[in-house]
Design a protein. Sequence first.
Length: 172
Amino acid sequence: MTDQSETVVVRRPGQGGPVDEGLAALLAAYHLQTQAEKGEAVTDVNGLPDRYRAEVLGSRAAFVDDVVLVALSGETAVGCLVVTAPVAGRSEVKRLWTDPAFRGRGIASDLVGAALAHARESGVSTVRLSVWKWRSGAIALYERLGFTVAESWDEREQLVCMERALGADAAA
């Protein structure tokens, strides 16, 4: 866990300002890195597929029904994660990203923990996610946090689908 005086996770950051700008930068880095890893590198946000560019340029609209969590170190956004609105008792975790300069400090674990707590508070019974199979560090993190590989609900090759049941007795 991170030292809470150093990093804090906030839900639905304020209107505009440095946090939203930081979130846009984190989402841009996430999508640009993902495109490169898929062998479809682009030089900037304008080269991203429309749906991903829309997330970077207008996260409030793109995630209007979802909860966006942002990890802050002081006033600097250093990590993010999106928890989708519940559907049929399930939410999805997506867009987990930590600024590379801040990795190894437990920020991703804190973000996932906050996402699980939010989902539990929202009455969600299962949290699921998908992750590219080459992101072995992320898969190991999710496994440490209680996620297990599940039958795929996504037809894209090289995608690992995982889920975690949330019950009254489930640990955070």
